[in-house]
Design a protein around this ligand. Structure first.
Ligand SMILES: NC(=O)c1ccc[n+]([C@@H]2O[C@H](COP(=O)([O-])OP(=O)(O)OC[C@H]3O[C@@H](n4cnc5c(N)ncnc54)[C@H](OP(=O)(O)O)[C@@H]3O)[C@@H](O)[C@H]2O)c1
Length: 208
């Protein structure tokens, strides 16, 4: 699959690198030809193909957004999504590990407003990038759960296929409005990392 990454820092690189190793073609979108993160990513994985953001979106079948949340308004302006799935990995985290939108609206609903002709799915947000670099927990007979939210079933199926390929169990939490709760899970996860001084932990989903 042709996959574009807008943002190839800690999260973007961890996911793009794994996906490239699974055989996907990765287009790194950035309008700054001297971007530190793009140069570093291309050095670490020479299979990546750099383009400007608009071209990367245009040639791809699926797009990941892994930018600082505050950049999104500028980053997403006028991109040619043409109905494609946009996996939103961004989190609106404010000062003191709070919800930057005061919990009045989720960041992903805001992303959907900024990219109205994309089908936004929130995913890869509830853990740190360390668990995207390596999703294996060999001491447990359960895959890490990846909770997602989105309004399009088709887009969520597309996200689920990628999530499963990366070693997670995809758990659909419902419409995009559920993203607010996922963003609070992120805040909890970050606060637990600070408390336990360990980012290498995930949630499991068990049902009966
Ligand atoms: N860190 C985590 O463990 C984690 C986990 C889950 C979710 N998240 C969320 O994921 C997002 C990315 O986090 P990160 O830690 O990966 O950040 P990061 O390492 O700082 O990387 C940010 C990336 O966004 C790019 N970028 C910034 N402005 C851009 C623009 N206008 N156009 C195109 N690219 C732009 C940067 O490129 P340049 O180098 O050119 O500036 C860089 O590649 C954040 O919203 C964060 O809340 C983070």
């Amino acid at each position: 699959m042709k996959i574009a990454f807008i943002g190839i820092g800690k999260v973007g690189f961890a996911l793009a690198n794994q996906l490239q190793k699974h055989g996907h073609t990765i287009y790194v979108g950035n309008d700054n030809p001297n971007s530190d993160s793009v140069l570093k990513a291309l050095k670490a994985n020479p299979e990546f193909i750099a383009k400007n953001v608009s071209q990367a979106v245009k040639v791809s079948e699926l797009v990941f957004l892994a930018t600082p949340y505050h950049s999104n308004q500028q980053v997403l302006a006028n991109l040619p999504f043409e109905g494609k799935t946009l996996i939103d990995c961004t989190n609106p985290v404010g000062a003191g590990i709070t919800h930057a939108l005061k919990s009045e609206q989720s960041g992903s609903e805001m992303v959907q407003q900024l990219a109205p002709d994309a089908s936004v799915v929130k995913a890869f947000t509830i853990y740190g990038y360390e668990n995207f670099e390596d999703s294996s927990f060999p001491a447990y007979n359960v895959k890490p759960a990846m909770l997602i939210a989105g309004n399009s079933q088709t887009a969520k199926q597309e996200a689920a296929a990628i999530i499963s390929q990366l070693g997670f169990e995809c758990v659909d939490t419902g419409p995009l409005s559920q993203s607010l709760h996922l963003e609070h899970m992120t805040l909890l996860w970050v606060k637990m990392v600070r408390m336990y001084q360990n980012p290498n932990f995930v949630w499991g989903y068990m049902q009966r």
